[in-house]
Design a protein around this ligand. Structure first.
Ligand code: AMP
Ligand code: ZN
Length: 494
């Protein structure tokens, strides 16, 4: 029996604004789409928080035994604020500033993003499609929407007709906004625009002559609107109707609202069963953002090179800090909070390691099975990681009692406790035991040095002093000093 048949998972659906029991469309399988980064600069810790929130969702669904297809795109074209009516494509802007090809900008920051995610021990998605790799699919959707008469062409650009769509659908149902209110607030903006209405959004934009990222289309040489790529890539890989769509809270409107409108215009059905939105990471009470400079970069945190920080923090500690807040709560970044999380993280890792030295006895003074279910209950309640972590601390307290001889556990319970701690710390939260990793590395290093010492001994026995000296001298250059004594050769690291 799969775990998901034993555990009842509920999650908060931003569309219904309620917690709902999770029921995938296809039994045992989950399709999940998460909006990925716009790759024109390094991801900051705020971006990371959203991606780590969904890493937790991905990991827990997999842990429960679901077969998950997780699609997370890379926005490498067309992310224009206000449909380009104010401002430029950020990738093109960056390419000009850094004197790079736009695709070099995209490559540079995609690589940075992947490195950062790997440092956080986040699992790669199942598919990571790019907007520029799906232009044909996007053009097809624009044609489809025009055919259904929810879009119109103007001077080579194509706009989604929100007012027309709202006549027989509900534009604003995700964000809770009323089209009438939006229109009332923006009436005076309409005049200089190509749009019939300021709420209309671009599906295709005709490129100005200096715009180098451009593709041919039936309307003009141009590029797709930002919202279109996610509709194209999610439906291509997950179908017209799929289980989960996620992203940061700030994408709810207009991005996700427009995605719903595009998909409904094409297929006349709501594309997604569960919309999930992760809340913001703030710094000094304000949203971390690329544009304002109010942000911290992952490498600054890992190296401690930022005046806000007292010292460096390991990626796994930063991840633990983020998971001590629920993904739907705002989390404010501070060095004090990070330091407290670091202590907590070490406490849990120490407890886990101590568990290896404990021996089972004849009775248990802790109900392990009940505690284990509380861990699941926490995650089943809309991925409540702070409650899960509180449960793990409960177990750590008990483990310390075992160490001090104030508590007892049977062999069977001990095995269940070890397995559950391992499952939640490493599989579900995806933490890393930094000290154990360090030990593993130093074990490997001493194995390699021992091997070199024995090769050097062989060389000396064969009177091949050139080789034996080479080994000694080159190790010394690397800061590893060999010392020959009467009991053999030892070494020291400088
Ligand atoms: P972007 O690269 O700007 O498209 O953002 C990538 C993801 O990071 C989106 O899901 C955003 O909602 C999310 N995001 C941006 N700023 C923050 C923040 N301060 N806290 C949490 N998530 C954020
Ligand atoms: Zn998106």
């Amino acid at each position: 029996m799969k775990l998901f048949e034993q555990q009842e998972l509920s999650l908060y659906n931003s569309l219904s604004k309620k917690k709902e029991k999770f029921q995938p469309i296809h039994e045992g399988a989950v399709g999940m789409y998460v909006c990925g980064p716009t790759v024109y600069s390094n991801v900051h810790l705020g971006n990371c928080r959203t991606f780590l929130s969904f890493d937790l969702v991905f990991r827990y669904l997999k842990h429960l035994g679901y077969k998950v297809r997780y699609v997370r795109n890379i926005t490498d074209a067309g992310h224009l604020e206000n449909d380009g009516e104010s401002g430029d494509d950020p990738i093109l802007k960056k390419a000009r500033i850094e004197q790079l090809e736009p695709m070099e900008v995209v490559q540079k920051y995609s690589v940075d993003f992947h490195n950062v995610m790997a440092q956080f021990n986040a699992l790669p998605p199942s598919i990571e499609p790019t907007a520029t790799g799906h232009i044909i699919e996007q053009i097809k959707i624009v044609e489809d929407i025009i055919e259904k008469s929810y879009a119109y062409e103007k001077n080579g650009s194509v706009y989604f007709d929100v007012v027309k769509f709202n006549e027989d659908h509900e534009y604003g149902k995700l964000s809770g906004r009323q089209l009438e209110d939006m229109i009332a607030n923006t009436r005076e903006l309409a005049a200089q625009s190509e749009k019939k209405n300021p709420q209309d959004f671009a599906l295709w934009k005709k490129a100005e002559p200096q715009h180098i990222m451009r593709w041919p289309s039936p309307w003009s040489d141009g590029f797709p609107g930002w919202h279109l790529e996610c509709t194209a890539m999610s439906t291509k890989y997950l179908g017209n109707h799929f289980d989960i769509h996620g992203g940061g809270m700030d994408l709810k409107f207009p991005h996700h609202e427009c995605e719903i409108a595009q998909a409904e215009a094409c297929n006349n059905e709501s594309p997604v069963n569960y919309w999930m939105h992760a809340n913001m990471l703030t710094l000094n009470g304000k949203k971390m953002a690329k544009s304002t400079g109010n942000n911290i970069l992952p490498h600054e945190l890992f190296s401690g090179e930022n005046d806000i920080l007292s010292k460096a923090f390991a990626p796994t500690v930063a991840k633990f800090f983020m998971y001590q807040a629920h993904y739907r709560s705002i989390l404010d970044f501070s060095k004090d909070a990070l330091e407290a999380s670091e202590k907590g993280y070490f406490r849990l890792m120490d407890a886990y390691r101590v568990l290896g030295d404990i021996e089972g006895g004849s009775d248990s003074s802790f109900n392990v099975a009940e505690w284990r279910q509380s861990c699941y209950d926490a995650m089943n309640d809309d991925f409540n990681s702070p409650i899960l972590i509180a449960q793990l601390f409960e177990a750590a307290k008990f483990i310390n009692g075992l160490k001090e001889g104030n508590a007892s556990i049977t062999e069977e319970d001990l095995n269940l406790l070890k397995k559950t701690m391992h499952d939640f710390l490493f599989d579900v939260l995806g933490l890393i035991d930094a000290a154990a990793e360090g030990n593993a590395d130093s074990n490997k290093l001493s194995g390699v040095i021992d091997l070199l010492i024995s090769l050097r001994n062989e060389a000396r026995a064969n009177r091949d002093f050139a080789t034996s000296d080479k080994i000694r001298d080159q190790l010394l250059e690397m800061g590893i000093q060999l010392k020959d004594g009467k009991d053999g050769t030892t070494y020291s690291l400088s």
